[in-house]
Every structure is written in C-alpha cells, then in structure tokens.
Design a protein around this ligand. Structure first.
Ligand SMILES: [Zn+2]
Length: 317
C-alpha cells in the first residue's frame, strides 16, 4: 500500500471572509472530524504545508496581481490598527482578512510540497486540505473565494521546476475552473478536463478556448449517470491519449446532492468512483502520482463525507 499525504496548515483556518460566509474555516474542521472518527486519518501521512515563494506563485500569476494582494493586506493592517473593519472586499463574494495572505501562500505551498513529495516517491498521492481554494483565480485577478490558483501554480511548478512534459488537471467542482483555464489554456504540456453545472457561476466554459481544454458543461439537475458519461466519454479518452506524468485534481465537492451552492446530484460513491478511474490512469502513465486540492464544498456534512470517500479511494482503504 502506497502512502497518501494529507497537507494542511493552521494558517488555513485563520483566513475568513465574514460571518455566515460559506467558505468558512469550519469546512476544514468538518473534514478533520470525519477523518478522525472514521479512522481514515490513521492511514494518512500528515504534512505541514510550507509557504509558497513569490517566485513560484509568479509561475501562474502576474506580478501586479501578487503585489495587489500584498498591498491590500498592508492597507488592511493599517485600517484595522486605526479601528477599521477586519475585512476588505476584493469582489462581491470574496474578501480578505489579515490572515488571507499567509493562508493563500500556505495553500499554494501545500500544492507544491505535495508535488515535490509524490515526484520524489516519498508519497504515492496526496490531498491538500487547504483554503482559500484556487480554481477561479485567474492570472491577474482574485475572484469567487480564490486568490492564488493553487492547482495551476503547482501544475506550472511541476512543468518548470521538475521538468515534466505532461501534467493533467481534473476539475470536478460544480463551478467551471475559469482561472485554471485562463492560466493553462494553450500550454500544450498541460491538459485540463472538467465537468461543471452550466449555465452557472462564473458563466464560462461553454466552449474550449484551446485544444488542451476539455470542458463538459452539464445542465442543473445532472447526477451520477451524466457524470459517469462525461468521465468515460470525454475525460478518460483524452487522458489516455495525453498520458499524463502527474495528475492534479481540483477536488470541489459542491456538486453533491446535499450541497445547495449548486444544483447537481452527485453522492459520495460518485466521488469514490471518479477517484478510482483517475487512479487507473495514474497507475498506467504517472507512477500512481496524484495531487488533489480541496476547492469547493459548502454543506459541511456532505463535504466531510465526500472528502472521506475520496481519501479512502486515494489511500486504498
Ligand atoms: Zn465550486
């Protein structure tokens, strides 16, 4: 049995966007509780997420965006010290507090450390229980609860720093990963396959902007059957053809039936099944290497059960 890493960091709990915001620190608590009570945690190798270097973040983001995030943090600190509110808004759904910057560096750092570990053979695969999530962050913009695009940074890192030739990003969040697409479209060393509810936030993905994108938009109300058709009819043939040396997963669990952020009808067993399919591809071409990043998933019990099912599959439990 190969080892499965579980990357996180305390800083990821400190970022929060205001009372009642669905992308809340309690998501990580719900996941950890579930893994503890089910014994899944015992099978995982716990790893502390390091801070990403800005040079590595620049693999996927322009310097102006990074400087803007840092500048907002410095501005907010002065405001808070002067008695101002603890948050600053970066888009209608997304705000920063004084811990957001560090949490975002840990989230991207987790993705790259997990990449290092699986490529070194220290781990077979890894899951990064981190927040903020990343797949909506474009090269030059924070949006949709995302600041830096963790999975895209790590994909570029695997290509540039580890000299891989082919990495795949699989995105099963209910929302289209517009940021990942923005960063990876046209880079033939990367293949992105995704499914998502459409039309729905962020209202992109209906077309493929480049040959290395494989978007499968599905109407609201789609469930396990439609998902399996997308995976078997679209994703797996593209992945087989591409032969990825490493598979990243943008693992959002907001397509779950109980998650009212979206209107899809997936269950834990669908996430487990998809993970098994990806493991088969990884075993064939990628020496089993998978790095999975937490994205969405907002109804805590459904999120925790779904991550549990995903991790059971990754860890061969
Ligand atoms: Zn989502």
């Amino acid at each position: 049995m190969g080892k499965t890493g579980y990357f996180s960091h305390q800083d990821c709990w400190l970022h929060e966007m205001g009372p009642g915001h669905p992308e809340c620190p309690g998501r990580l608590d719900a996941i950890e509780d579930r893994l503890l009570v089910t014994g899944v945690a015992d099978a995982l190798e716990r790893c502390e997420a390091p801070q990403a270097s800005l040079a590595d973040i620049e693999l996927a983001h322009n310097r102006l965006h990074i400087a803007a995030m840092r500048g907002l943090t410095d501005w907010l600190r002065e405001e808070v010290e002067a008695g101002g509110p603890p948050y600053t808004q970066v888009d209608p759904d997304t705000s920063m507090n004084l811990h957001t910057w560090n949490a975002a560096l840990r989230a991207a750092g987790a993705a790259m450390a997990a990449t290092d570990a699986v490529l070194a053979g220290e781990l077979e695969n890894a899951f990064c229980a981190v927040r903020p999530p990343g797949h909506h962050a474009t090269r030059d913009k924070a949006m949709g609860f995302c600041f830096f695009n963790n999975v895209a940074v790590a994909a570029k890192y695997a290509l540039q720093r580890h000299n891989l030739n082919r990495v795949a990003v699989v995105d099963f969040d209910v929302h289209h990963g517009n940021g990942t697409e923005d960063i990876l479209a046209g880079d033939e060393r990367a293949l992105m396959v995704s499914f998502f509810q459409h039309p729905f936030y962020p209202y992109s993905g209906a077309d493929n902007p480049a040959p290395n994108m494989c978007n499968v938009p599905l109407p609201a109300g789609s469930g396990g059957e439609e998902f399996r058709d997308a995976v078997m009819g679209a994703w797996l043939p593209r992945l087989e053809e591409f032969k990825p040396q490493l598979i990243f997963i943008s693992a959002g669990f907001d397509a779950h039936y109980e998650d009212d952020m979206g209107s899809m009808k997936l269950f834990e067993k669908d996430y487990a099944w998809a993970t098994e399919q990806l493991k088969v591809v990884a075993a064939k071409y990628a020496e089993k290497r998978i790095v999975s990043m937490l994205e969405g998933g907002y109804v805590l019990s459904a999120l925790a059960r779904s991550v549990g099912a995903h991790l059971r599959s990754l860890a061969d439990l």
